[in-house]
Design a protein around this ligand. Structure first.
Ligand code: PEP
Ligand code: MN
Length: 266
């Protein structure tokens, strides 16, 4: 059985100057200086295709930094104007979608907690009707491929054809080396059901540990995933969110250089 999706190939909407296709940037936009400085360093690596930054952060428990909010859109605009990097943010409500589009954000992503909730996904899908923007859909926090597929279908049914899935691992109560278990089989299953749907790996949220990002990135490329989204911060030791898994732009460049790309067949 194959899913009935109307998808444009990644190459038709992303001109990746480098291989692998790489989205990078801080987990959260914290200050204008942090975001703009990180963006310049990432641009200067010559390895990054788009800049990510969370401005509305879905924290599992209350009382932590919940994102800088809409002002971050202005910082993203400046980062893009100065570096030329297209920008990507997480959207979790119709209002986020409207504000991000109005600010000229180039790529939207649906976070793992949102994908787990069909009401939220439908609200986002409704806000996207009639819009032509790339949307990346993270797997749900729980290992339920149907929820992932359902979210992809809802966004595709809204008319979004520039679609990709992000594999960010699945939460588990078991202790392991990873923050979120990769459960590669689920991503492979999705690939067999939707061979034309690009899958981008998020080794930052899978590992929760910067030391394991290279290992998971290589595994994703070996499995023919089409790209990577990696958190990068100008000074990870003081990051307001996900400090343990962020890497400096220089460390990111080294990590990418060490990856072995698959040779084209033939
Ligand atoms: C993020 O990308 O910073 C994030 C919150 O990720 P996830 O939805 O995968 O937890
Ligand atoms: Mn994060």
């Amino acid at each position: 059985m194959k899913l009935n999706l109307n998808i444009q190939p990644l190459s038709s909407w992303i001109t990746a100057v480098n291989e692998p296709f790489l989205i990078a940037g801080p987990c959260s936009a914290e200050t204008e200086e942090q975001l703009v400085a990180t963006a310049h360093l990432l641009k200067n690596t010559g390895k990054v295709t788009a800049l990510r930054a969370g401005i509305w952060k879905p924290r599992t428990r209350p009382g932590e930094f919940e994102g800088i909010g809409s002002i971050g859109l202005e910082w993203l605009k400046r980062a893009k104007a100065e570096t030329g990097l297209p920008t990507a943010v997480e959207v979790a409500t119709a209002k986020h979608v409207e504000e991000a589009l109005a600010a000229g954000v180039d790529i939207l992503w649906v976070g793992a907690r949102s994908t787990a909730n069909p009401f939220t996904v439908q609200e986002i899908a409704d806000a996207l009707k009639g819009v032509d923007v790339p949307v990346l859909i993270k797997n749900p926090v729980n290992p339920d491929i149907s929820l992932w597929i359902g979210a992809i279908e809802r966004i595709n049914n809204a008319g979004i054809t520039k679609l990709a899935a992000i594999h960010r691992g699945f939460s588990s109560y078991e202790k392991s080396a990873f923050r979120n278990e990769p459960m590669w089989d689920i991503a492979i299953h999705l690939k067999t059901l939707a061979p034309h749907l690009p899958i981008i790996c998020d080794p930052s949220h899978i590992t929760g540990n910067r030391d394991l990002i290279g290992y998971i990135s290589q595994k994703a490329l070996d499995l023919d995933m089409q790209g990577l989204i990696i958190e990068s911060h100008i000074d990870p030791s003081v990051a307001w969110t996900d400090a343990k898994q962020q890497v400096t732009p220089a460390a990111l460049a080294e990590l990418i250089d060490r990856l072995i790309l698959r040779k084209p067949e033939g």
